[in-house]
Design a protein around this ligand. Structure first.
Ligand code: RTP
Length: 155
């Protein structure tokens, strides 16, 4: 329990329908897991259109909003919560720039995607959105609070 004495930062990460359909789940999970981050919640869900609109409410004025929400609700999404020191900011780094044509090689989008409308993954962009997105997608009892044996070696 020592490693959890201070609750570590958490972020919401989702593999979008294109990532799931392309068989990239294990590849993406491996990158977060190998880094040393800890998986604390995971489920495969098909979000409704209205749920997708809630998730992307910040973007409702954007021209691509409708297409984006249709896309997110078009098939299974792998919703996850990852925990670790600096996981919000570093998770975005692992993911890479929004537009995969500009993402660096070595990042998830840089290595695995080509166009912005099919960029395979979402990650919270700050502490407030992380908190909101985790509570939108997960009930408190779906978040596990285990101590992984790795933690004493990672930190
Ligand atoms: P995300 O939240 O998914 O990690 O992406 P982001 O913050 O890097 O980018 P944001 O601007 O919040 O956009 C959210 C998602 O909308 C789609 N998008 N399409 N021009 C377009 O067609 C366009 N621009 C953005 C992408 O799927 C992006 O991830």
């Amino acid at each position: 329990q020592e490693a959890n004495a201070i609750q570590m930062e958490r972020t919401f990460i989702a593999i979008k329908p294109d990532g799931v359909q392309r068989g990239l789940i294990s590849e993406i999970i491996a990158r977060f897991e190998c880094k040393g981050f800890k998986l604390v919640a995971i489920k495969l869900v098909v979000p409704s259109k209205s749920f997708a609109q809630k998730h992307y409410h910040d973007l409702k004025e954007r021209p691509f909003f409708n297409g984006l929400c249709n896309f997110l609700s078009s098939g299974p999404v792998l919703a996850m919560v990852w925990e670790g020191e600096g996981v919000i900011r570093y998770g975005r780094k692992l993911i890479g720039a929004t537009d995969p044509s500009k993402s660096e090689p070595g990042t998830i989008r840089g290595d695995l995607a080509i166009v912005v409308g099919r960029n395979i993954i979402h990650g919270s962009d700050g502490p407030e959105t992380a908190k909101d997105e985790i509570s939108l997608w997960f009930k408190p009892e779906e978040l596990s609070n285990y101590t992984s044996n790795q933690e004493k070696w990672v930190y």
